[in-house]
Design a binder for this molecule. Structure first.
Ligand code: PEP
Length: 249
């Protein structure tokens, strides 16, 4: 069975004090013990968040560079993230792809760096509104996975996490319906079966992201192939984030 996961992507929001308060509230709220909880603060805050964190919340980064070290002004490497207690990173969030021109090839290098450094990852994929309206979203997502992820061996990908995030639903308040989410998640699971095998496909959590909130999480998480969520806006408030965590009940 894939792990149930709820992950909060804070993006460029919250200062350190606000982030600490948020994590402290998550730590002290009685949430479903069967759900793995992750937060992705700005990398600058990983150290400070780790200091107040309990084992309950895994802390990661929203981005990292594929190289180990060197002249890459403004970037952080996996070993630097690990040195302050970060254990996982997002790869290929649509904002990184669109605003920072991260290509499938760049993302493949990050996937390889994560594997080589025993660093967890959530690989993000998802189509724009234009692609959805053209009806080519499945081919589009398949191409993203094939170009950056499916070169891994089964034993390398089995602990990875995939987040399906339709761009038209991110931060727009417009969420995919549970049918739309389940249809794509089922397709992704099938791609994993075809590329690897049933056991491998069944071990990989596939998260949904895109305006997931306490009001729609229960219906989304009830879908057989939706193993949790990558949450943006609603992850900035402990009450709504914890309500989403408890939506599996
Ligand atoms: C995200 O950025 O990963 C996201 C899903 O954002 P939101 O929940 O705000 O749509």
């Amino acid at each position: 069975m894939p792990r149930k996961i709820v992950a909060g992507n804070w993006k460029m929001n919250l200062n350190l004090i606000e982030g600490i308060e948020l994590v402290q509230k998550i730590n002290t709220t009685d949430t479903d013990v069967n759900v793995s909880i992750m937060v992705f603060p700005p990398s600058l805050f990983v150290n400070g968040i780790k200091e107040v964190n309990s084992e309950k919340v895994q802390v990661g980064v929203q981005n990292f560079h594929s190289e180990e070290k060197g002249a890459f002004t403004g970037e952080v490497s996996i070993s630097q993230v690990k040195s302050v207690g970060g254990t996982i990173g997002l790869i290929g969030h649509s904002e990184r792809r669109e605003l920072f021109n991260e290509s499938n090839e760049t993302l493949k290098l990050k996937v390889d760096a994560a594997i080589q450094n025993d660093f967890g990852f959530i690989f993000c994929c998802g189509e724009s509104l234009g692609i959805r309206e053209a009806g080519t979203e499945i081919e589009f997502v398949k191409n993203q996975l094939e170009k950056s992820l499916f070169h891994l061996e089964a034993d390398q990908i089995k602990d990875g996490i995939i987040a399906y995030e339709p761009i038209w639903a991110i931060g727009t308040g417009r969420t995919a319906s549970s049918e739309q989410a389940e249809d794509m998640h089922r397709e992704i699971r099938k791609m994993l079966v075809d590329e690897y095998d049933t056991e491998t496909a069944g071990s990989i959590s596939i998260l949904y992201g895109g305006s997931c909130k306490p009001g729609n999480a229960k219906e989304l998480f009830a879908c057989p192939n939706v193993d949790g969520g990558l949450i943006g806006g609603a992850a900035l408030d402990a009450t709504s984030f914890c309500a989403i965590i408890d939506s599996f009940k």
